[in-house]
Design a binder for this molecule. Sequence first.
Ligand SMILES: Cc1cc2nc3c(=O)[nH]c(=O)nc-3n(C[C@H](O)[C@H](O)[C@H](O)COP(=O)(O)O)c2cc1C
Length: 292
Amino acid sequence: MDTCAACDIAGAGRCNGKGPCGETVPGMGGKRQSFVRNIEAFEGMSLNMRTVHTISHPKTEIELLGVKLAMPILTGITGGLTYNMGAANKLAFDGEVMTEEKYARGIIEGAANAGCLGWAADGIGDPLETYKRRMAVVKEFKGRAVAQIKPRTQKEIFERLDIVQEAGAPFFAIDVDSAGRAARALPGKTVEPKDLKKLKEIVNYAKIPFISKGIMTVDEALMCAEAGCGAIIVSNHGGRVLSSTPATMHVLPAIVKAVRDRGYKMPILVDGGVRDGGDVLKALACGAQGYW
Ligand SMILES: Cc1cc2nc3c(=O)[nH]c(=O)nc-3n(C[C@H](O)[C@H](O)[C@H](O)COP(=O)(O)O)c2cc1C
């Protein structure tokens, strides 16, 4: 990524959190330490070469939770562009005003064209009607789009999950770490932390695999595995939940080891600071199965 619409660092290199993006991207977290750390963790790793082998046509395809992907990459789960990023005042690719549905369609269509999967998000303040419109976009893509739900009350999650399943998404994610975001803890906001019992309830209710996003510790990864989650995403929300967390790549190896040592086959995905294909290879080498 050489340019960033948020802080206009065109030509300045990768999106590294050191531009003036904190003023335009909400929730970057204090001095953006976590965001920057994610990127620096990748930059601090090297890729060595192997030059004597028989592979002339490397295969990048994987199967994730029953879905074939052309490469181990999904889009980032992003939403709220119209109210978080000022996109409501900007024109979309069709020359008309940007909407949440249009944004979701752009992401999902681009990913589908690349043989990957794109996410439609859930904005915490969004009424159910907005969510339904996003899910109508998911439905258009007939199983080639996935959906996220905020860690709302169980009842609200189940209500949204019914819509997600009706839209034909092959799996869904809940960013359980969003319950920890200060901006989410306002009166009237209904996100809450999930414990093992609640994770199990969600797994039992769902007819499709449930991915738990925002896992940064070994014990919580094991809890997700025990609950029967389809996968986890090792993520610190790009540094947007808590400033000064470790980099995702720094906690990934211990999580992979603990989960595999106990025999769980659950895919382990990672995000945060992934900026090019080399970063994807580094995450693969550390035991993850997918990245964005
Ligand atoms: C504009 C924007 C909106 C986001 N919205 C969501 C969201 O609705 N749900 C979610 O789980 N994560 C959301 N995220 C976090 C991403 O899914 C991801 O964890 C993070 O961006 C990865 O770090 P990176 O930005 O350094 O790649 C958002 C990130 C951005 C930049």
